[in-house]
Design a protein around this ligand. Structure first.
Ligand SMILES: [Zn+2]
Length: 209
């Protein structure tokens, strides 16, 4: 009996380097839970499956296995429920640099920031999976690549609150800050200046985080 996961794995490996879409994956797997299977293949098996979060040339709902080589991730053993709770608690905001999901990744041109759940005290040093030992970090900070000044705790808390607010409120805050700093967008720049234009403003299911 071939599982849905086996079928998706075989399908992606047969189409390495090619863009495939949700419908194809669903047809192959015969289940609606394809997103979960894709995540397992990526997170548990280290398959290098990219989505529009990783690659701007992909549209939402498109995926690409970029290489047959596996890049195993260290399984963090954190349940989806716990992951969602920590993301919500930290306001979908990297606790080191303040980045949010969908922000441009400063270390990977054309890519967007992914959020990870990080152990404050690493497991190898006895850290637990308890909520108090977990926090949200972006990929860059998670890999210790970022060497940028961390926002103060006050700024981080504010950013976290703002990210939980509806888009219309965030837009008001953004406009207000621009006014107070005299940084009014020039005509024609408004779209590019939107802090989270597009649909990546949450860290919900799919292939991110
Ligand atoms: Zn960060």
């Amino acid at each position: 009996m071939t599982s849905a996961r086996d079928k998706i794995r075989a399908f992606l490996e047969a189409n390495v380097g090619k863009v495939v879409n949700t419908q194809q994956v669903r047809d192959v797997a015969g289940i609606s839970e394809y997103a979960r299977r894709l995540r397992e293949l990526r997170d548990d098996e280290g398959m290098q499956i990219h989505s529009h979060i990783d690659d701007e040339s992909l549209s939402p709902g498109e995926y690409k296995l970029v290489d047959l080589k596996r890049e195993p991730r260290i399984a963090d053993g954190i349940s989806p429920q716990k992951r969602a709770r920590i993301l919500e608690r930290n306001g979908y905001t990297c606790q080191m640099c303040g980045a949010g999901p969908g922000d441009p990744d400063p270390f990977n041109a054309g890519r967007k920031t992914r959020l990870h759940i990080d152990h404050v005290t690493p497991r190898a040093q006895g850290g637990t999976d308890d909520d108090e030992n977990l926090r949200v970090l972006c990929s860059a900070c998670n890999q210790s690549k970022a060497n940028i000044q961390s926002p103060s705790e006050d700024a981080r808390n504010l950013l976290a609150r703002i990210r939980r607010a509806p888009r219309s409120v965030r837009r008001e805050v953004y406009a207000s800050l621009q006014r107070s700093f005299g940084d009014t967008p020039r005509a024609g720049r408004d779209v590019a200046a939107d802090p989270d234009d597009g649909d990546q403003s949450d860290a919900g299911p799919g292939l991110r985080a």
